[in-house]
Design a protein around this ligand. Structure first.
Ligand SMILES: Cc1ncc(C[n+]2csc(CCOP(=O)(O)OP(=O)(O)O)c2C)c(N)n1
Ligand SMILES: [Mg+2]
Length: 364
């Protein structure tokens, strides 16, 4: 059986540590990681109080991977994620109020309360969701890459998915097309060591996930997903290659989820000791310490930033609670594309030209 990836081993190993950014930037990264952590903790509590229905997947422990990778993006770039995506919406700038309202199924949710936990979405901020199908977001990311080429835009796409998703057929299919068509996409495999209750070495024959795209023509690199600085630096370079050289890249971020797969997980597949061992490398504590040592934040600043994060999450819960549920009459809104909502050959009866079928080349 393959060796499992051990915490603190190999990643970041002998390499010089990545540089600390300007204090203002560093503080923003730390606050965003804290906001995601506090948001997730409250979401778990709200689920226990039955304020949230359906599934709930928390990303506690994965904050450095989320913030380090997303901060390497430009505003015009696209981010697409999985069902574990509250943090991705927040890091992209969706107000936590609207993320919490989405969890509560309320009209002010970022998907108007119709998506819930797994279907966060924010087109304005180019956060393209939230997908419940494991590996389902990979081909869609390739589509964004193809669209960028087609439109002649400089936008790159960052597609995050799990270690388990790297076993899906969509992984190989997408790697092949992305390499063949020179798509500007960075594929970020968030290796949190498990696909539900199945450990990496029990679900993947190749546990060195960064090499899994190579046979398809997609080179891979690895970053320490518990270190926001390393993640930022590795993903920034991968995005540069994707954008400038028009070559897709695979980045493996080695991290860990401190909580269960979802709220319904008895966690019988791992020991408390293993979780404790990884908790010693808590990405928020590590980064706060690094910033204090570098003099980028004062002795008490981390505590103040954390208090701000808690207050912001309190406000998000109050906002979500006050937001109404969607009207029952609106149940079928946005389910079907009707009539002339989309002008294209597929939305009109082309056997009757008078029905409004567009001329060739029209209606793209
Ligand atoms: C196609 C498909 N198969 C199975 C599932 C059930 N399922 C939900 S999450 C999950 C595990 C995925 O693990 P990973 O890709 O490592 O992501 P993580 O949950 O660790 O973030 C599975 C099997 C699903 N949602 N979609
Ligand atoms: Mg996983």
């Amino acid at each position: 059986m393959a060796e499992r990836v051990a915490p603190a081993e190999e990643h970041g190993g002998d390499e010089p540590p990545a540089a600390v950014p300007e204090p203002e930037v560093a503080r923003e990264w730390l606050s965003t990681m804290m906001l995601i952590r506090r948001f997730e903790e409250r979401a778990g509590e709200m689920y226990a109080k039955a304020k949230i229905g359906g599934f709930l997947h928390l990303s506690i422990g994965e904050e450095a991977t989320i913030v380090g990778s997303a901060r390497a993006l430009r505003d015009e770039d696209y981010l697409i994620s999985t069902y574990r995506s509250h943090g991705h919406a927040i890091v992209r700038g969706t107000p936590p109020e609207n993320v919490m309202a989405e969890l509560f199924g309320r009209v002010d949710g970022c998907s108007r309360g119709r998506g819930g936990s797994m279907h966060m979405f924010d087109l304005q901020r180019r956060f393209m969701g939230g997908y419940g199908i494991v590996g389902g977001n990979l081909p869609i990311a390739a589509g964004f890459g193809l669209a960028a080429d087609y439109l002649g835009s400089e936008a790159a796409t960052l597609c995050t998915f799990g270690d388990g998703a790297s076993n899906q057929g969509t992984f190989g299919e997408t790697m092949n097309l992305a390499a063949l068509w020179h798509l500007p996409v960075v594929f970020l495999v968030t290796n949190n060591q498990f696909g539900m209750g199945t450990a990496l070495e029990r679900h993947s024959a190749v546990t060195d996930l960064r090499v899994k795209g190579e046979g398809f023509g997609v080179p891979g690199v690895r970053c320490d997903g518990m270190d926001v600085l390393d993640t930022y630096s590795v993903v920034s370079e991968a995005l540069r290659v994707a954008r400038e050289d028009r070559r897709p890249m695979l980045v493996e971020a080695v991290t860990y989820r401190f909580r269960g797969h979802s709220m319904a997980d008895p966690e019988e597949y791992r020991t408390k000791e293993q979780v404790e061992q990884w908790r010693l490398r808590d990405p928020i504590d590590q980064f706060a310490l690094r910033l204090r040592e570098a003099g980028a934040i004062g002795a008490d600043e981390a505590r103040r930033l954390d208090a701000d994060a808690i207050a912001r999450v309190d406000a998000a819960v109050a906002f979500a609670d006050a937001s109404p549920l969607p009207e029952p009459d609106s149940l079928y809104d946005d389910v079907y594309v009707l009539g002339d909502q989309v002008r294209g050959w597929y939305s009109v009866d082309t056997t009757h030209p008078e029905s409004g079928a567009p001329e060739p080349g029209e209606g793209r």
